[in-house]
Design a binder for this molecule. Structure first.
Ligand code: FES
Length: 117
């Protein structure tokens, strides 16, 4: 249904914008996978919280509005991500709500697969 569609834009470090969309209830990882968004190495652990390759940087206002705060496991994994910011989250842990329609998230320039460490 149209009303379930949530539009998401991924912004690469070079400024390039990749428009995409998912459905309410999808994770941001699902959006990347289902749309074949071309982000090299993104989502390597398929959402099992063991890689940090799904690190995304939110605008502060969007970050504050996220319905769920990061859990301990997510925070531990974020510690291993490069270019960590105060508004960083793991995309596989963010579930889309209708409120998030039009969301723009920054993709860090470097993706760190913590499993390789
Ligand atoms: Fe690996 Fe999110 S996909 S931690």
């Amino acid at each position: 249904r149209q009303q379930d569609v949530v539009n998401v834009t991924f912004v690469r470090a070079n400024g390039e914008k990749i428009k995409s969309s998912g459905k309410v209830g999808d994770s941001l990882l699902d959006v990347v996978v289902n749309n074949n968004v071309d982000l090299d190495g993104f989502g390597a652990c398929e959402g099992t919280l063991t890689c940090s390759t799904c690190h995304l940087i939110f605008k502060e206002a969007d970050y504050e509005k996220l319905p769920e705060k990061p859990g301990d496991e997510e925070l531990d994994m974020l510690d291993l991500a490069y270019e960590l910011t105060d508004t960083s989250r793991l995309g596989c842990q963010i579930t889309l709500t209708k409120d998030m329609d039009g969301l723009e998230v920054q993709v860090p320039a470097t993706i760190n697969d913590a499993r390789a460490a």
